[in-house]
Structure formats: C-alpha cells, structure tokens
Design a protein around this ligand. Structure first.
Ligand SMILES: Nc1ncnc2c1ncn2[C@@H]1O[C@H](COP(=O)(O)OP(=O)(O)OP(=O)(O)O)[C@@H](O)[C@H]1O
Length: 302
C-alpha cells in the first residue's frame, strides 16, 4: 500500500508538490495523471526516499522508505530507463543489484525471462534499444518480488508492441494482489490500463476516482432540435430523462437517441436533429486539468 499524506515538496520558490494526499491499495492499477510539471515524478521520488519532503509524508506499507529494512523486497520502481550504467551487460547489471541486496542469482534468470530479455542478457546496456532498457528497468524493479511497484511514464518512447506488453504486465502485477502506481500525462493510455486514477495539477490533487465513475461523470448527452421544445421536454421528463435547454435545443441525459426518437414519434412531435454527444475521457481530463497546464500550446507558439 502507498500512502501520501499532506505531501509538500518545495524547490526554492517552486512548489513541485503542494499538500498532496492520496492512497493506493493492493489489487488494482492506479494511474497517476497530470500535465507536465504537475509533480508526479517528485511524488514518486518522495515515496522512494529519493527526495525528502519539505513537509508531510509518503509511506510504503505504513513506513517511510528509509525505515524499510530490505526495500527491494517491498517496493520496486521504474523511473528513468536511461539512468542505468551502459558499460555492463544486462545480466551483469541485474547480478550486481541482486548480489548487493542479498538476492539469489536464480532470480536474475527468472526476471530476465519474465521481461523477455533472456535472449539479450549478454548485450551491453548501452547497446539495448529504449524498449529493451525499459524491460531491463522492469526486471530490476521485480528482482526482489516486491508487493508495491511504481512506474514513472513507462510507455514513453515505446513502440506499440512494447506498450501493449507493459500494459499487460502492470495489469498482471495488480491481479496478483500487488500495489501498482503508474504515472502518465496521457488519459488515453490510462483509460486502457488503470482501474482508478489520481489526477494532479500544479502539485495538488484534482481528482481521485475509479475509471468507471469518471466515465459516468462525463457521460454523453443527446442534443435534440424540435419545433415543439416544451412539448418534447415534458414527454422526455415524464420518461425519466433529465432535460435542459441550450440555445433553443434540448440537451437530454439518461435516455438514448433511439428512445428519444421513439417517444417523439409516439407523441407526434417532429424532430429536426438528434445528435448523441460524448465527452471522451481525454476531454474530461483536459477539462479537469485546464487550469494547471504549465505551458499552453498558444503560449509556446507565440
Ligand atoms: N530538482 C529540481 N529542482 C528544481 N525544480 C524541480 C526539480 N524537480 C522538479 N522540479 C520542478 O517541480 C515541478 C514538478 O516536477 P515533476 O517532474 O515532479 O512533474 P511531473 O508531473 O513528473 O512532470 P513530467 O510529466 O514533465 O515529468 C516542475 O515545475 C519542475 O520544474
């Protein structure tokens, strides 16, 4: 389990994280979403004991990272796949990590196989593609078979096959009952991977929700144009729909377009337009984070 409580991290005048609180429990993939600079990496670094909080705390299984006796057995992380020393072979990199953490060498072979790198084990890290380096980073994170895993933007730079692999891996780890937190700035990616999302902007919590509740919250409506606005409105409301009027058109929720058409026909009311409208999760996310984007496209373009 991961608990972030009133976490604040200041770098000089910059509040990278600002009073952030959330929890991630075992058994599902939690997506950590926010625009660039929202504070996701800083939060993850605090959970991993790489950055000391200015105030508040970040706990793994109820303890600060520094208080965990054998951290590799409790928490694994993929932060920056390029940060690995390039001169060693993939297998030697993992062997060094295993040895210094009291992990048997048999486990190195297991994780290399698990991430599909067994065939490239002897290659030097510097000769690996980014996708392979990501796999090596995942292998290192899994080495101690930890129950808590953090992935910082794991799909960055991956090809579609690599993306699909990492998605499946994260879902599999959660299904095994592990705690999985994965950051991304792409809602479209999280929609395919995460069961719950934590959305941050400018270091603050914007929303914590299940993916399903979020989809419901931004559910579609149907735009209906009719010459008999009042008549159709009352028919639809009697059928249980919630109806508002926007620019002379009816905006109808909780009824499908086909049902609206049938009801109108049954009551002899003409319909001139019937347009189902959906807010995609991407739209929802953009709406949620509207005020917290550091650099807008328009500003950059100027
Ligand atoms: N070591 C540092 N020194 C100064 N400022 C920093 C440092 N690390 C992060 N920041 C600032 O803190 C803010 C949050 O950065 P952070 O990397 O945590 O965001 P993020 O959500 O992970 O963004 P990205 O998606 O771009 O990685 C940014 O404004 C960043 O410039």
């Amino acid at each position: 389990m991961i608990e972030v409580r009133e976490l604040t991290k200041r770098y000089g005048a910059v509040r990278a994280v600002d009073g952030l609180s959330f929890e991630v429990k075992p058994g599902y993939v939690a997506g950590f979403l926010g625009p660039n600079g929202a504070g996701k990496s800083t939060t993850m670094r605090a959970v991993l004991g790489l950055d000391a909080p200015t105030s508040g705390e970040a706990l793994v299984n109820g303890r600060r990272y520094a208080g965990i006796k054998r951290p590799m057995f409790e928490v694994g992380a993929l932060l920056d796949a390029n940060a690995v020393h390039g001169g060693r072979s993939a297998v030697n990199h993992l062997r060094c990590l295993a040895r210094s953490n009291g992990i048997g060498l048999k486990r190195v072979v297991e994780v290399l196989e698990q991430v599909g790198l067994a065939g490239a084990a002897k290659r030097r890290v510097s000769a690996l593609s980014l996708g392979m380096k990501q796999r090596l980073g995942v292998a290192a994170a899994l080495l101690g078979d930890p129950g808590v895993l953090l992935f910082d933007e794991p799909v960055n730079g991956l090809d579609p096959e690599g993306i699909r692999w990492i998605r499946g891996l994260m879902r599999g780890l959660a299904a095994e009952g592990r705690t999985v937190l994965v950051s991304s700035h792409l809602m479209s990616e999280m929609a395919l991977t995460a069961d719950r999302i934590i959305v941050v902007g400018r270091g603050r919590l914007i929303l914590e929700s299940s993916m399903r509740d979020l989809a419901d919250r931004f559910k579609r409506d149907v735009l209906v144009r009719t010459p008999d606005v009042a008549g159709l409105r009352s028919v639809l409301e009697n059928a249980g729909a919630s109806v508002s009027v926007d620019d002379g058109a009816l905006v109808v929720r909780s009824l499908e377009a086909a049902d609206i058409a049938d009801l109108a026909a049954r009551h002899g009311i003409a319909v001139h337009e019937l347009t189902p409208r959906s807010a995609t999760l991407e739209d929802a996310y953009l709406e949620l984070t509207e005020d917290s984007v550091e650099f807008r496209t328009a500003e950059v373009a100027r």
